[in-house]
Write a protein that binds this ligand. Structure first.
Ligand SMILES: NC(=O)c1ccc[n+]([C@@H]2O[C@H](COP(=O)([O-])OP(=O)(O)OC[C@H]3O[C@@H](n4cnc5c(N)ncnc54)[C@H](OP(=O)(O)O)[C@@H]3O)[C@@H](O)[C@H]2O)c1
Length: 311
């Protein structure tokens, strides 16, 4: 079944629920969210449960005032929350994205439902403080759920500020990020030395280097993991274009290659949450589908990897 058929099936389901929902205070979409339970994982440092499907905002949320584009992205955000999503990841590095997140949370009335995550990405203590204050204003949150140091930038300077802010309740969790396999040795040392709540790095079927050390270390140290570039910025889809999903993957509830890629990641026991980015409503519906139903066991993950590598 491809993305479109998943979309149609869901739409048909929404329509068929319409009459029933009309008798209740819930909209059909809210009703679906009520009766489906998204997979969640605990944040090790607190035990707080987080839905495994989050969303990224790099490039996709860097948009201007065009109302058509904004309406489309508003629906992307609505579909995210309707399917149990919570964590939205942004950064001052992503142009207008933080402000657009703030605007769309307001437009959808989801300011209280979001688990807001952003980053500090600048050199110097005071510059960092000013940037983080601006980020909170842009995203429209009084408390930032997760503040991360972007790409380890000036981390020795920012980390003490983040610890103070956590003490003061200005932020709830502290994290640090990398991507593309960069600076893993330095990150490993920081994870060993410091008390972090979250770490973020790249993991997908093409880029599995974090299986060797960072994922097991995160599990050992009780650090939650956010997985960026789960589609290798879309490269995974280019590899499987025109190729049918193997029949056996539907046993796992995979209705698309997107869900195949995401369920492979989510089934790693050290993964807490994955943050794919999309500008399209039907891609968001597709991606969120990976956070429901079954996840592959270790044998099935090996089969998924071997099959992908044989293509
Ligand atoms: N150092 C860091 O801290 C760091 C580095 C990189 C990324 N990140 C974070 O991680 C997030 C995700 O990484 P990313 O945005 O680079 O890459 P990604 O999520 O791997 O890929 C995004 C691309 O996949 C496409 N896509 C999404 N869902 C799809 C679907 N179901 N079917 C087909 N295509 C689909 C999107 O296009 P459409 O818009 O057409 O759907 C987009 O071009 C970022 O947005 C950011 O928040 C952090």
């Amino acid at each position: 079944m491809n993305n479109n058929s998943f979309h149609l099936t869901r739409r048909n389901f929404i329509l068929s629920m319409g009459a029933f929902a009309a008798t209740m205070a819930l909209s059909p979409r809210d009703l679906i969210a009520e009766i489906r339970h998204p997979i969640q994982r605990p944040i090790p440092s607190s035990g707080e449960l987080l839905p495994v499907m989050g969303m990224g905002t790099s490039r996709t949320f860097d948009i201007g005032k065009n109302q058509v584009v904004r309406n489309q992205l508003t629906e992307v955000v609505q579909v995210f929350f309707e399917n149990g999503g919570k964590l939205i990841d942004s950064s001052p590095m992503y142009g207008r994205s933080e402000s657009v997140v703030g605007d769309l949370l307001k437009a959808t009335g989801k300011q209280d439902a979001v688990f807001a995550a952003t980053k500090v990405w600048i050199d110097g203590r005071q510059n960092g403080i000013t940037q983080m204050q601006e980020s909170m204003q842009r995203m429209g949150v009084e408390v930032m759920d997760l503040m991360q140091i972007h790409n380890l930038r000036d981390w020795k300077i920012h980390l003490p500020v983040l610890k103070e802010w956590k003490e003061q309740g200005i932020i709830r969790y502290i994290g640090i990020t990398t991507s593309h396999g960069r600076e893993h040795e330095a990150l490993e040392r920081i994870m060993q030395m410091e008390d972090l709540d979250f770490v973020q790095f790249t993991y997908n079927l093409e880029d599995r280097i974090v299986e060797d050390s960072l994922l097991p270390l995160a599990a050992d140290r009780g650090i939650a993991t956010l997985i960026n570039r789960p589609f290798q910025r879309g490269d995974l889809f280019r590899k499987v274009r025109g190729i049918a999903l193997p029949d056996w993957s539907t046993e796992l509830g995979c209705q698309s290659w997107g869900q195949y890629f995401l369920k492979f990641i989510l089934a790693h026991p050290a993964v807490t949450c994955v943050i794919p980015a999309t500008s399209k409503v039907h891609h968001m519906e597709d991606n969120m589908g990976a956070g429901f139903g079954r996840l592959p066991d270790a044998t099935m993950r090996q089969r998924m990897l071997a099959h992908y590598e044989s293509l």
